[in-house]
Write a protein that binds this ligand. Structure first.
Ligand SMILES: Nc1ncnc2c1ncn2[C@@H]1O[C@H](COP(=O)(O)OP(=O)(O)OP(=O)(O)O)[C@@H](O)[C@H]1O
Length: 661
């Protein structure tokens, strides 16, 4: 039984629906060990027949039987496998892959075998040695002569140990000496028991074989045996084929990217700029948000809720700042909170502490001979923060802490004021409605300054007991106009605020509670909005990057049409081709994202260093989330960019692709 048989092969081309029959019923049988030359007039259909035998053409009538089994031309996977395992191609124009070295060109075929890496390389080198090119293994095809290129192509065709070698005008571009050498190699291949089928115009080639088949007018008109065929090789090959592993596609893509380094470096640069801007703007957003947090919490306790009596007139003006400035002039009556009301607040869920707040305005302070007027004196309660003390301690009974600005009014050398005894007095209305003087002699226990408030917050505060004692002595009401409530945790603040606002008496609302956190939230929302907006503007450049990758991919596909044909002929599937280009795009995307991350971290660190004298805080804070997000964006861009070009590449007809210039 013959190894390869063709039954009634017919094929026509159609131009403008007009049929041009090329093969009109070919019946042929080939045996392993034969070196068959197919001769015939130009345009007679020899190459067409070779493409059918080689499993590249699926569009014909008739059948091809290989080793007793009919090839199913409708089964693409079976044909891929047939080309991978059974057939090796040699072309007139060599069809080597220019961006791969000689060794890698041979390995392309071996990558689809089950041999391990070392064995693949060993075999590739052995084959190159056989064709006398082992010294040239590291060279690129452009640096080889025509004869050398054809010998690389032969080594590649033999790599997967195929039974059938199809050679289309193998010596068409070679001089006499190289022709003789190539023919010797082909004869040697046949002598190994393989089937060599060579299409040729050359009588010299034809005479070198064991048999000549002559085609005319789409039919075989002569079939001449020149000499006996060689002994056939065993049909169960030792080298098994496998599907191309994904890693090989990635490695090949990487090699191609390196080969066109300049162009790809520019694309990476463009994409990097877009990605980097997105990371940086997000990092600035994070940093500024945290900076605001930090600043605000250093002025005041974030768990604080300020509560005043609900007043319809000021309702709506409930920002924290408004509440903070609610002047609770000690001694007033209409807006005072009663002890019973304060108790109601104390009993609410998640309320950790409730302190009365008093604010005394226009107090006179006498220190020895010096008399000064202070804008406000508060009581030292749970809103106070000992971190703000520059010198001394918080005020105990009979003591006061002065704001640095107030202390300076008394003595330019403000540190010296600590330890002074001062007389404080201010005017207030007593319970009988008369204006009286509230007086207290106190010791200055410390000097404080609000960090980061730029002098907006005055911290002069008297011990609460001492202040209320002085008020009681003057018969002034000690009911406060506001209380500061500390929630059990920052998370509980908004709940506490809601519960206080919801308290009612006789069906009417009692309190207005405001929390600093809600104000911070609003500011942070604006900051986030601004940074997101900037990042969004930056991401416009990502669209440009995506277009650049698309263009580059299309260019890559266009310039590699022939390579696509070669890879398909070697047995790579449509999926392998698609993956080759997708992986190239993904490598570009991941490289850009990596470079962008490194630059963003680097520039962020530099910016933080430069800004450290202005604000002792890292203004650029790039989170892991930002980086992960950037990689996701880069991968999505890469996949979108690769989608169309890689589909186009995969869909190419391998015969047309091989015919490309
Ligand atoms: N894709 C195609 N579409 C239309 N016609 C085609 C196509 N490919 C080949 N042909 C035609 O089919 C005929 C056979 O072509 P083929 O290349 O098989 O001949 P050949 O014998 O190999 O020629 P040569 O010896 O010159 O290489 C020619 O007339 C050619 O113009």
């Amino acid at each position: 039984m013959s190894y390869l048989t063709l039954h009634n092969i017919q094929k026509s081309y159609f131009l403008d629906r007009q049929e041009f029959p090329v093969l009109k019923g070919i019946d042929l049988s080939f045996n392993l060990g034969e070196f068959v030359s197919i001769l015939g007039e130009s345009g007679g259909g020899k190459s067409t027949l070779m493409n059918i035998i080689g499993g590249l053409d699926r569009n014909f009538q008739g059948s091809v039987n290989v080793n007793g089994k009919q090839l199913d031309h409708n089964n693409e996977k079976e044909l891929d496998r047939y080309r991978r395992e059974t057939v090796g191609y040699i072309y007139q124009s060599y069809n080597l892959i220019n961006h791969l070295t000689v060794l890698d060109n041979v390995l392309v075929s071996l990558d689809m075998t089950t041999l391990d890496k070392a064995a693949r390389e060993k075999r590739a080198r052995a084959l190159l040695k056989e064709v006398g090119l082992v010294e040239q293994a590291g060279k690129y095809p452009n640096h080889l002569s025509g004869g050398q290129k054809q010998r690389v192509a032969i080594a590649r065709a033999l790599a997967s140990d195929p039974k059938v070698i199809i050679a289309d005008e193998p010596t068409g571009a070679l001089d006499a000496q190289n022709t003789a050498e190539v023919l010797k190699i082909l004869d040697n291949i046949a002598s190994q028991g393989r089937l060599v089928i060579a299409v040729t115009h050359s009588q010299i080639v034809a005479d070198a074989g064991t048999r000549i088949v002559h085609m005319e007018n789409g039919r075989i008109n002569k079939d001449i045996a020149l000499r006996p065929a060689y002994k056939p090789m065993k049909t169960d090959g030792t080298i098994k084929s496998r599907l191309l592993p994904a890693i090989v596609s990635y490695k090949t893509a990487l090699k191609h990217l390196k080969f066109n380094f300049g162009r790809n470096a520019l694309i990476v640069l463009g994409t990097t700029i877009g990605l980097f801007s997105v990371i940086l703007f997000n990092g600035i957003g994070n940093g500024v948000s945290k900076y605001i947090d930090n600043q605000v919490t250093s002025i005041s306790n974030p768990r604080l809720v300020t509560v005043a009596k609900y007043d319809k007139k000021t309702a709506g003006n409930s920002s924290a700042m408004a509440a903070m400035s609610t002047s609770a002039t000690a001694g007033g009556t209409t807006s005072n909170l009663t002890n019973a009301q304060i108790k109601r607040i104390e009993q609410l869920k998640n309320v950790a502490d409730v302190d009365k707040s008093y604010t005394v305005t226009a107090a006179t302070v006498k220190d020895g001979q010096k008399t000064v007027t202070l804008s406000t004196i508060k009581n030292w309660n749970n809103t106070a923060n000992t971190d703000n003390l520059l010198k001394g301690t918080k005020p105990g009974i009979g003591e006061i802490v002065l704001d640095k600005a107030d202390a300076k009014k008394i003595n330019k050398d403000w540190r010296k004021v600590v330890g002074d005894n001062i007389a404080v007095s201010y005017q207030a209305e007593n319970k009988a409605g008369k204006m009286v003087l509230v007086k207290a002699n106190v010791l200055v226990s410390g000097v404080a300054e609000a960090k980061n408030s730029m002098g907006m917050t005055n911290l002069t505060a008297m011990n609460t007991g001492t202040l209320t004692h002085a008020m009681v002595k003057a018969n002034v009401s000690t009911l406060p106009t506001s209380v500061s409530v500390v929630a059990s945790s920052t998370a509980a603040v908004s709940g506490v605020k809601k519960r206080i606002n919801a308290l009612q008496s006789n069906g009417k609302r009692v309190f207005t509670a405001t929390a600093l956190t809600s104000f911070i939230k609003t500011v942070k929302t604006y900051v986030n909005l601004a940074s997101t907006l900037l990042a969004a503007i930056a991401s416009i450049s990502l669209v440009v990057s995506a277009l650049m990758i698309i263009v580059s991919m299309f260019m890559s596909v266009s310039s590699r049409v022939k390579e696509i044909g070669i890879l398909r002929a070697l047995g790579q599937s449509k999926k392998d081709i698609r993956r080759l280009f997708t992986s190239e795009s993904l490598i570009l995307g991941v490289t850009s994202a990596t470079v962008a991350t490194i630059i963003a971290y680097g520039l962020g660190a530099l910016a933080n260093m430069a800004l450290s004298s202005l604000a002792n805080f890292a203004i650029v804070q790039i989170s892991i989330g930002n980086v992960v997000g950037t990689f996701v964006i880069a991968l999505v861009i890469a996949l979108i960019a690769a989608w169309m070009p890689s589909r186009r590449a995969a869909k190419m007809n391998p015969i047309d692709a091989l015919a490309a210039e």
